[in-house]
Design a protein around this ligand. Sequence first.
Ligand SMILES: NC(=O)c1ccc[n+]([C@@H]2O[C@H](COP(=O)([O-])OP(=O)(O)OC[C@H]3O[C@@H](n4cnc5c(N)ncnc54)[C@H](O)[C@@H]3O)[C@@H](O)[C@H]2O)c1
Length: 290
Amino acid sequence: MKTLVGCATDTAEMMIEAIVNVGILGCGAMGRELALAADSDRIPNARVVALFDIDEKAVAGLSADLSNPPTGYSDIDAFVAHPGLGLVVECASQAAARAHAAKILRTGAALILMSSGALTDPDVYEEMSDAARSSGGKVIVPSGAIGGIDAIRAVKHLLETVTLTTTKPPLALSGAPGFAEWEDREITEATVIFDGPASEAVRLFPANVNVGATLSLAGIGPTQTMVTVIADPDAPGNVHQIEASGSFGKFKFEFINEPHPANPKTSYLAPLAAIEALRTYCDTGPRIGS
Ligand SMILES: NC(=O)c1ccc[n+]([C@@H]2O[C@H](COP(=O)([O-])OP(=O)(O)OC[C@H]3O[C@@H](n4cnc5c(N)ncnc54)[C@H](O)[C@@H]3O)[C@@H](O)[C@H]2O)c1
């Protein structure tokens, strides 16, 4: 017999596995990768049924590239009310996450949140947690452009220091409020642009250091996790170095990520991590790693 998640109808009658009806909030670089993965057999138990973006062309363009065209929405309330929506992947912006996450969760749908910086605001964290608690919805924050989050979570209560050093080519930092005074200056060598707590880094580099938010939320929190942002014209990619220490020992992780071809601010690993999070949510087999 089938198990229905998110009320898939018609053809699901004959299916044994659950089908999760997925909505994509944000049809940019990451939303596109995710939707294409769910549209293919990479995530067999997911079906993209709804798209939303403030850019209607992004919705139409992505919809046209999917073999099972979903419903495109330009109104968030209509998107959230899509019949049988089981899970929404937010891959838009911190502002979108702040504005819409609780509303989505109140419907009982699960939420995969990529703009994790939004959760470093205690009010937003509380609002999302309350909404999820009241409806049974779940918030999932994928590890995104880094790894090691499972280990950080496991030693959370023993952590003493956690640092993140993010090095990107200047182009990848362009547009960030924290980069404003550097926009018209030539950067010819590795230059420290920011050094401070993750809570501040997330505000100044909203599209660049979601990894700092994710790392801090998994560990000792946004005010104690220290972030350094470096602009380096010779950076081999979007590089994230993490060091953590405590009575458990020491961790060092380094990620040298290729930028996503459609958005140099986003590392290619980030959509891959989102796809894996969605696949895991939809899969009924053993889950490897915490
Ligand atoms: N967690 C991580 O490790 C990680 C890594 C990379 C990127 N990100 C974040 O994921 C998000 C998506 O990244 P991307 O590379 O796909 O970005 P992108 O700029 O390529 O696409 C974002 C899309 O969202 C849309 N959008 C923006 N604000 C919106 C709103 N308020 N409502 C509806 N649609 C809106 C835009 O029109 C655009 O089509 C960004 O917030 C980015 O910072 C997280």
